[in-house]
Design a binder for this molecule. Structure first.
Ligand SMILES: [Zn+2]
Length: 289
């Protein structure tokens, strides 16, 4: 095993960025096909306009878009900027997660978690749904990560685990404590979203929130534990309400019926919490000591 610490950090970030762009390219396929219940593996990518198969050399993330000057090689139809934008954003986030985690056991898990959230964010933005084929495996993945990361790394890792293991769960194996933390986090995340939707429904007699948001927050809550989950909901509700009110004022409608893709704000809030949440939670907790 070569000593990976001898590799200059910049090389690691470049690898993370290139890998992120490739995953971003795959996310474009997921976002395009999953809502239509199509296979994400077959057939190969085709031009949505003329149906011509896209050769591998025309399917290189970001670069092909620039080389082809945003036009299909066959029919010259304009290619949406959305595709390279998703690839660039995913690349940037992979670099950010690599910077946050360093070379650690948690890194591949955090990258998968971030990719799943991005897929949900983009699909919710376009179709206003959060598909079960992503949220259900996401919940299972979060539970697996909760067991495997402490087992492999030998540290509590998740920020809710240290306090749990000092309290009622003292002396219990760390991965069990971690799993208990996941269940608490899932209840806090999914439960509070469900409660918000239920309250709104009772008050206004209309369905405000899809169960997709609840399932997504089961996944986020299980992965984060309760602390970062509360931060995620806080950021999601705050940004969602600000943008919702802005849209209401601009459209001149006094109608809260306008359904916002709330999953977009929760998903972006979760990615923000993953990258920047630990110091914020620590600062907030410090106010009460
Ligand atoms: Zn074409």
């Amino acid at each position: 095993m070569p000593d990976l610490h001898l590799v200059p950090p910049i090389v690691g970030y470049v690898i993370a960025g290139v890998f992120g762009a490739i995953i971003g390219s795959f996310l474009n396929v997921v976002v395009h096909r999953v809502p239509n219940e199509e296979s994400i593996v077959f057939p190969n990518s085709r031009c949505p306009s003329c149906g011509a198969a896209i050769a591998f050399y025309d399917n290189i993330p970001v670069l092909s878009y620039i080389v082809l000057r945003a036009k299909c090689r066959h029919c010259k139809e304009h290619i949406s900027f959305r595709y390279p934008a998703v690839e660039l954003l995913t690349a940037a986030l992979f670099v950010a997660v690599a910077w946050h985690d360093g070379l650690s056991v948690a890194l591949p898990f955090d990258l998968i978690f971030t990719s799943s959230l991005l897929a949900l964010v983009f699909i919710d933005a376009e179709h206003m749904i959060l598909p079960n084929v992503i949220t259900y495996p996401g919940i299972v993945f979060a539970l697996v990560a909760r067991i495997v990361i402490p087992l492999l790394s030998g540290t509590p890792h998740f920020d809710d685990v240290p306090s749990l293991s000092q309290g009622a769960l003292a002396g219990i194996p760390i991965w069990v404590v971690s799993l208990v933390g996941a269940l608490i986090g899932a209840l806090v995340g999914g439960g509070s979203l469900w409660l918000m939707g239920w309250t709104w429904e009772k008050l206004r007699g209309v369905e405000a929130m899809g169960l997709g948001d609840v399932k997504m927050m089961f996944m986020v809550g299980a992965y984060f534990g309760w602390r970062l989950t509360i931060l995620t909901i806080f950021v999601g509700v705050l940004t969602g309400s600000i943008i919702g009110m802005f849209l209401m004022v601009r459209s001149g409608k006094r109608d809260m019926q306008m359904l916002l893709p709330f999953g977009v704000f929760l998903g972006l809030g979760a990615i923000g919490a993953l990258l920047f949440g630990a110091p914020i939670v620590a600062w907030y907790a410090g106010q009460f000591r």
